[in-house]
Design a protein around this ligand. Sequence first.
Ligand code: 13P
Length: 254
Amino acid sequence: MDKERKLIIAGNWKMNKTVAESLDLANGLVRELKDVTEVDIAICPPFTALSEVSKVVIDSNIRLGAQNMSENDYGAHTGEIAAGMLKEFSAKYVILGHSERRQYQRESDELVAAKAKAAHETGLKPIVCVGEQLEDRESGRTEEIVGSQVRGSVAGLTADQMEGTVVAYEPVWAIGTGKTATSAQAQEVHAFIRNLLGDIFDEDTAVRVRIQYGGSVKPDNARELMGQADVDGALVGGASLEVRKFSEIILNSI
Ligand code: 13P
């Protein structure tokens, strides 16, 4: 597949996998995907498995990511984890503002923007998630909602930082439901996001930002989704928990 932006396919393991299970999955992926150079691959295990998984992937083509981080560098923030702590495990990416965190932990665009800034300042690349709810789509408010999430969540980033940020468009109604956005629906929103980034930053920056699609990505729909002009990768939940499925998604996307 010929695209000027390199695809980035990441697995978001969410709150799944013990350390032992994480090691099995990571070892299997290293084995299956060792020859892949065409796609940037990342896995985002739970915090508790980062240390062990980092040892498995350190010399491989698979990069490590976390699923969240604090906007603070250190200090009295019980239960939080700082970007610098993630760097200790050679993490390269951190997922920020996932819809589950926006919904259940009440994360705001402002908080996501502060985290994204802190991630860049520590040398981590944020994967900033946005996406509309079903009722937003049904009432024709997709662009309004996604647009305001994008503006709010990248506020304060420099153009260079934006270029190193991955945006993940994840329609909430497609997450874990088996209902994937059609490739045309995904492309439409991705193009809208890229246009908006052009307005907020500049055209050169916007064409370099990678925009992932997330929401029921599977081996059999990956190729079609990745074939869209503005779809530059995938953020995979359920199907990233199995070696065969996640590997097939990647191999089918090349
Ligand atoms: P599913 O692939 O399970 O729909 O989850 C998508 C997601 O939320 C990835 O962050």
